[in-house]
Design a binder for this molecule. Structure first.
Ligand SMILES: Cc1cc2nc3c(=O)[nH]c(=O)nc-3n(C[C@H](O)[C@H](O)[C@H](O)COP(=O)(O)O)c2cc1C
Length: 199
């Protein structure tokens, strides 16, 4: 009997038209599909999450977008996040989405936002037109997801520098080295996701 394909959720930290992080997410999606994974992309902007505000939460509760994110993470065997870098930090789009997610309480039989992320494998990529490719942001994101969300952030990661020169017209990564690095991160992530699903 063949094993069902692993389910990979892909998120990018920018929804800007033409965003480099979106292009890298799309390139990673194609590589994951070629590796046999079933993929799902969620546009964080489409979740329509306002900037976290305790008064908003007290008045209206947690927005439905956070529930959509929880459902997508729960359904995934593994998650890939591609973050840009704003002043050395992950973008507000990513942090705000996860902050809202952390406010979701358990709603039997659905677990809380934090219980949903706990133990879930995640891998990180970053992209920037600059030379370091968002490395600093990725390291902060690693700490945030590990410490606050108990996610299993795989050690392998990759920061794509000079992202504005990295893609060809079809959206593929021009350099074999970059493509191999992304495929390598995905390979480790999917192995961990597969092992945990089998456990
Ligand atoms: C507020 C802000 C801060 C930024 N800080 C950094 C930075 O610290 N490091 C970096 O490499 N690029 C930085 N940039 C440039 C971004 O890498 C660039 O705008 C990139 O295209 C954003 O990602 P995206 O293409 O996925 O939207 C910054 C951009 C903005 C708007």
């Amino acid at each position: 009997m063949s094993t069902p394909a692993l389910h990979l959720l892909l998120l990018a930290g920018s929804s800007r038209k033409g965003a480099w992080s979106g292009r890298l997410r799309d390139a990673a999606e194609r590589l994951a599909e070629a590796a046999g994974a079933r993929t799902r992309v969620i546009d964080l902007r489409a979740l329509a999450l306002p900037l976290y505000d305790g008064d908003l939460e007290a008045a209206n509760g947690v927005p439905d977008g956070a529930r959509k994110l929880r459902e997508a993470i729960a359904a995934a065997d593994a998650v890939l996040i591609v973050t840009p870098e704003y002043n050395g930090f992950p973008t507000p789009l990513v942090i705000n989405a996860f902050d809202w997610l952390s406010r979701l309480q358990a709603d039997a039989p659905t677990p809380s936002g934090l219980a949903t992320t706990a133990g879930k494998p995640v891998a990180l990529l970053a992209s920037s037109p600059g030379p370091l490719g968002g490395l600093r942001a990725m390291n902060f994101l690693r700490q945030y997801l590990q410490m606050a969300f108990a996610m299993l952030v795989v050690p392998q990661q990759y920061a794509l520098g000079r992202a504005s020169e990295a893609f060809d017209e079809s959206g593929a990564l021009k350099e074999a080295k970059a493509e191999q690095a992304v495929a390598g991160v995905l390979n480790h992530l999917l192995r961990v996701g597969g092992a945990l699903r089998a456990a």
